[in-house]
Design a protein around this ligand. Structure first.
Ligand code: GLU
Length: 430
């Protein structure tokens, strides 16, 4: 009896510290709506996803059994252009998480000023414990299930947590087989051999570096002498670290799902990537010592990048953050309560919908290249990315100064403002 009670208590505490991401997204929207003095009807439209699809995916497993997975595609808003957003494979996926991620995609494409709406997909699964064959069969069944609602001018998926260019190739092949076309523009983040863009794989990390460089200028942080830490050494976090260190900062701390490490002397990000590829984790990197996730997030560094999942910077963590700049490579890592604390403590936030928009910006460049059948060099792609994300940074920074608010609210004012204008102009059907 006592034991059961304890378990329930623990679950309740966990629920308290891990807020619902969609509620966080709605709270951010509410704050922006207040500053924008949004019409209540428009606010209500923006608080609801346009379409939510839940699919059951029967998959033949390697042992001969059949397992049914649940997948989602949430199409949040397409007033500014076709729905756009990644697909995530993770055991913790929920419909509310996918709704939040789809809302953030909507504001993100708007802040980046690319002609898209926002969407997101996810499958509740544990890809680390699935074979390549199981993963492919699940992916293809999901692709077939969402085929009626995706398309180059409808909804263009892309990679997200634990999906990659191979996943996109399977979705592309399945979609094209069903509709009887070869339409590379239905998906982005594809392999180069299938019409993918040069520079797409590193784009999220690279874009985050460009925003960090701008933030360092604004905050008079000398990058040559700066230090940084990254929570989550996946695609976004590792590329961010590798590219940022070429501007001078030293990587002092890093983590992944297996643990966190720090090194006072600094670590070479490329060597750390190689170590993770070899051993499966950043933990155990020569010359580093293991620390807790909380210690990592509260390290005495100039720049901190949460690059894992939602809800990593909670109020309790925020109170001890020592970094001057936070670059959110992850989506939704900071709760609205934690945001207030960071702002009050003078931490300069580069919010997710700005910081990690490099991924979708180069997705857009990939899509344009596919539609035009004309391909650019990696340097051309990188310089277009730099121009677009730097100009987004300046729009957001200007809005935050004008409204005297933090950068998250500045970004929401820009992002939500543009979507609201499109929704208002379209009018309400019928
Ligand atoms: N999953 C990425 C994101 O959260 C990329 C989305 C895309 O390229 O469509 O922004």
């Amino acid at each position: 009896m006592a034991q059961k009670y304890e378990v329930r208590q623990l679950q309740q505490t966990q629920q308290q510290v891990k807020p619902n991401p969609f509620e966080n997204a709605l709270e951010q929207l509410r704050i922006a709506a207040e500053h924008l003095k949004l019409d209540e009807g428009i606010h209500q439209i923006l608080a609801h996803p346009k379409r939510q699809l839940t699919v059951s995916l029967p998959v033949k497993m390697d042992d001969g059994s059949t397992k049914v997975f649940t997948g989602y595609r949430v199409q949040y808003n397409d007033a500014r252009g076709p729905f756009k957003g990644g697909i995530r494979y993770h055991p913790g996926v929920t419909l509310d998480e996918v709704k939040a991620l789809a809302a953030w995609m909507t504001w993100k494409t708007s802040v980046a000023n690319i002609p898209y709406g926002g969407a997101k997909g996810g499958i509740i699964c544990d890809p680390k414990h699935m074979s390549a064959g199981e993963n492919e069969r699940m992916t293809r069944r999901f692709a077939a299930s969402i085929t009626p609602i995706i398309g180059p001018y409808k909804d263009i998926p892309a990679p997200d947590v634990y999906t990659n260019s191979q996943t996109m190739a399977w979705i592309l092949d399945t979609y094209n087989t069903i509709v009887g076309l070869m339409s590379p523009a239905v998906i982005t983040g594809k392999p180069i051999s299938l019409g993918g863009s040069l520079g797409r794989d590193k784009a999220t990390g690279r874009g985050a570096v460009y925003t960090t460089v701008e933030a360092a200028k604004v905050n008079k942080v000398d990058l040559k002498k700066a230090t940084f830490a990254v929570q989550g050494f996946g695609n976004a976090g590792a590329n961010f670290a590798e590219i940022l260190q070429t501007y001078g900062p030293k990587l002092r701390g890093a983590s992944d799902s297996k643990g966190a490490i720090m090194s006072k002397a600094g670590m070479d990000a490329a060597k750390l990537v190689a170590h993770k590829e070899k051993t499966g984790s950043v933990v155990g990197f020569p010359g580093s010592q293991e620390i807790s996730d909380k210690e990592l997030l509260q390290m005495d560094v100039d720049i901190l990048s949460p690059a894992a999942l939602e809800n990593s910077i909670l109020p309790d963590i925020a109170r001890g953050v020592k970094a001057k700049i936070i670059t959110e490579c992850a989506n939704g890592p900071t709760t609205p309560e934690a945001d207030k604390i960071l702002h009050a403590n003078g931490v300069f936030m580069i919010p997710d919908i700005l910081a990690n928009s490099g991924g979708v910006i180069v997705s857009y460049l990939e899509w344009v290249q596919n539609l035009e059948r004309n391909y650019w060099t990696e340097d051309e792609v990188n310089s277009m990315l730099e121009k677009k994300i730097t100009s987004a940074f300046r729009d957001v920074h200007a809005a935050s100064l004008k409204h005297n608010v933090d950068m998250r609210t500045g970004a929401m004012i820009v992002g939500v403002g543009r979507v609201a204008e499109a929704v208002r102009t379209l009018g309400v059907f019928p």
